[in-house]
Design a protein around this ligand. Structure first.
Ligand code: NAD
Length: 355
């Protein structure tokens, strides 16, 4: 049985979210940036990072886990380096600001490294890869999370010690092909997918979860509770574990706001840190050759005969573009339960706005 759902017009959803965030005390510019980010995640098919986050965001703002008057501070600012302490403020406006400034440095000097810490949830990390790609730059992003308990076990471990620490790599569009965008969590499956499976009474794929005794399980119910029992497993065994660990070091250590180890207070409310590298391809060689080579490699990979002709080989970034095109035309599908939760946020804030 499928849950009833509606299709929401993206601009109307954006206005609703921004209104609610302002109602919760956010500055208009921050509210607009966060609302745009969330709706963009829905448009790209990543509903786990979309409008459904609003209730938690508003709750965290009201519990003062987000600094609504934050003024980001530079820890370092050189020709090719920028490190920002975001003063505990909203993620999307601070991180887009950081990438904008790092992009200017990369264009001037060929490359730039940037970190941001002490910042609320950064959301869909692909948004920052897309921003760099739109500026004609190559980018890499490594993210860790603090503030909340861990959810992913280290390889060979039996309890959670890491966040779902995402990694993103982007390459700008060529004349013939849109941007390459790899943007993924380092857990085998996302926490959001465990919750969805539990709500529907489904099992999760073998190998993606362990229970509270550290034994493999396909039952998502333990991890779907508020007090999570068990852990997600890392993507690709020791390889995803290694990447998740690298995120702790690059984002948490170089970024300056720390790692998920328990010596750092977990106040509640998701906090991220991000380490980004931006590269100007023009500084590395001839752009025309690079574009031709990128296109040739893509054509080669995508020409592999599919095992299943209904599921051809794709270019990373294509799934998001395909769904974005469809949802921009047809609206963003949302189940009535989620719509009800969003309307309750507005009602509790004493606002008239409804979806
Ligand atoms: P996912 O498993 O959907 O993988 C997405 C990536 O794989 C994209 O780059 C997509 O283009 C590519 N892809 C998907 N199918 C493909 C195919 N058949 N062929 C080629 N490429 C394909 O994503 P996920 O790991 O569940 O992550 C979802 C989102 O959650 C990401 O945007 C991530 O940034 C975000 N996230 C954020 C945090 C945070 O703390 N802020 C933590 C974890 C994840």
């Amino acid at each position: 049985m499928s849950m009833p759902e509606r299709r929401l017009e993206p601009a109307a959803l954006r206005t609703f979210i921004a209104t609610a965030l302002v109602g919760a005390g956010a500055r208009q510019t921050d509210a607009d940036a966060v609302a745009t980010h969330l709706v963009d995640a829905n448009l790209k098919g990543h509903d786990s990072h979309g409008a459904g986050r609003l209730p938690a965001y508003v709750d965290q703002a009201r519990r003062e886990l987000i600094n609504l008057q934050a003024s980001p501070r530079e820890l370092t600012d050189t020709a090719v380096l920028i490190r920002v302490d975001a003063d505990g403020g909203w993620g999307a406006p601070a991180a887009h600001g950081l990438i904008g400034r790092a992009a200017a440095k990369a264009r001037a000097h060929g490359l730039a490294a940037a970190t941001i810490g002490n910042v609320h949830h950064l959301g869909r990390i692909g948004a920052y890869g897309e921003q760099a790609a739109a500026a004609g730059l190559v980018s890499m992003h490594f993210v860790n999370m603090t503030g909340e308990p861990p959810v992913v076990a280290p390889y060979r471990g039996s309890d959670a010690r890491f966040g779902t620490n995402p990694v993103c790599i982007s390459f700008p569009a060529t004349q013939r092909r849109p941007a390459f965008l790899l943007d993924m969590a380092t857990s085998q499956i996302a926490l959001g997918k465990v919750r969805v499976a539990a709500n529907k009474g489904l099992q999760v794929p073998a190998g993606s979860l362990i229970d509270k005794q550290g034994r493999p399980t396909t039952d998502p119910s333990g991890m779907a509770q508020a007090e999570m029992e068990g852990a997600l497993t890392p993507l690709g065994k020791h390889k995803g574990y290694g990447l998740a660990f690298a995120c702790e070091l690059l984002a948490g250590v170089l970024g300056g706001a720390g790692t998920i180890q328990p010596g750092n207070a977990r106040k509640g409310g998701l906090q991220n840190s991000m380490f980004s590298i931006l590269v100007d391809p023009d500084a590395f060689g001839d752009r025309a050759w690079m574009e031709a080579e990128t296109d040739a490699m893509a054509q080669y990979a995508l020409a592999s005969p599919p095992m299943d002709w209904d599921s051809p080989v794709l270019y990373p970034g294509d799934p998001e573009r395909a769904i974005a095109g469809k949802r921009a035309r047809e609206g963003i599908p949302m189940d009535e339960v989620t719509i009800g939760q969003l309307n309750a946020v507005a009602e509790n804030l004493g606002l008239a706005a409804r979806l």
